[in-house]
Design a binder for this molecule. Structure first.
Ligand code: FPP
Ligand code: MG
Length: 332
């Protein structure tokens, strides 16, 4: 499934989002920031969050009149969410000491931690100027709560590094914060801008919950098991940092006492030397199948909710394709 199929319907709006991001990042930037901003803009990423916002909005406002001002607010909002996502990745790569992002040296690897910290805050502050232009306190509140949750998610994750006794529900609570929160803001923001009812917003929140989990669960699975070179970053980054993810949680509960000790020893090494051993054990105990089943259930729940939220339309179909694209990355 190509992501491009979903994007055809919102081609023009995505260009407007790109232009908005470029213009607001660079037009008033100090010359000192330009090389780093130009490097960042060369690699735009998949724009999943803006695409989701635009598709949901279009689905929810079909047959209604959308004024020029409302449309502009939507573009500002989608651009702001993407900028916050970018800022969080720049900071995440500092936290994870990750050298590669989007198949190129990360900002912190190329410019150092100081520049990466400053750039992350810069991106976040530009996002806030865009949110100000939306002139909607509900949207501002959504964004603020999302960033609070994301930061909490990172803090909890740091605290739980190397803790193989982390259970699935605590792990999911981390994912919900660090990844789900921004998806929630994206979906709810789109619903707010489309003037959706309280009941619709409640359903969108549930949908975003499963979508966020689906996204991060596949990301974590690929980090450990990628076999089709989907990753545009290094394999085993979570393992190297002692990050506990679903494959490890599920594996740990099935291992013998001796193998559990080996796993613990691999985890404290702080590198990826033991990844082959872990992958073999995961396959031997069929944990990869358990993980995929778990992820497929999240996808199914997101699909079901989506069909309840949106009437059948090309936009609904496109959001389904987006979900499929996210989940299909883990198929072997
Ligand atoms: C990627 O996790 C990171 C996140 C989903 C969120 C990071 C959030 C923060 C650093 C706090 C918020 C900060 C700002 C500036 C808004 P990952 O390491 O599992 O994913 P990866 O494999 O792509 O690195
Ligand atoms: Mg990371």
């Amino acid at each position: 499934m190509s992501i491009k199929v979903s994007y055809r319907l919102i081609k023009e709006e995505l260009i407007q989002v790109d232009d908005c991001i470029k213009q607001h990042l660079s037009s008033t930037a100090h010359p000192a920031a330009l090389p780093i901003l130009s490097y960042l803009l060369q690699s735009p990423g998949k724009r999943i969050r803006p695409a989701l916002i635009l598709l949901l909005y279009k689905a929810l406002t079909q047959g209604k009149t959308v004024t020029e001002a409302q449309h502009q607010h939507l573009i500002y909002f989608a651009s702001a969410i993407e900028l916050i996502h970018l800022a969080s990745l720049v900071h995440d790569d500092i936290i994870d000491e990750a050298d590669i992002r989007r198949s190129r040296p990360s900002i912190q690897a190329k410019w150092g931690v100081g520049s990466a910290v400053s750039l992350g805050v810069y991106l976040y502050s530009v996002a806030l100027t865009l949110i100000a232009k939306v002139e909607n306190l509900d949207i501002l509140t959504l964004i603020s709560l999302a960033v609070k949750s994301m930061s909490e998610g990172e803090l909890i994750q740091l605290k739980e590094r190397h803790n193989l006794n982390l259970n699935t529900s605590d792990y999911l609570a981390i994912l919900q914060r660090k990844t789900g929160a921004l998806f929630k803001a994206a979906c709810l923001g789109s619903g707010h801008l489309a003037q959706g009812s309280t009941s619709l917003l409640g359903k969108l929140e549930k949908f975003a919950y499963h979508l966020g989990l689906l996204f991060q669960l596949t990301d974590d699975y690929l980090d450990m098991m990628d076999s089709h070179a989907h990753l545009t970053k290094k394999l085993g980054q979570d393992l190297a940092k002692g990050q506990i993810t679903l494959p490890l949680i599920m594996l740990y509960t099935t291992l013998s006492a001796k193998d559990s000790q080996t796993l613990q020893a691999i985890l404290v090494q702080g590198n990826t030397l033991g990844i082959q051993w872990i992958q073999d054990k995961i396959r031997q105990h069929k944990v990869h199948i358990q993980c995929k089943t778990y992820i497929a259930k999240e996808q199914e729940q997101a699909f079901t909710l989506l069909h309840d939220i949106l009437v059948t339309s090309k936009y609904q179909e496109a959001v389904c394709q987006l979900l499929q694209y996210v989940a299909e990355r883990i198929l072997d």
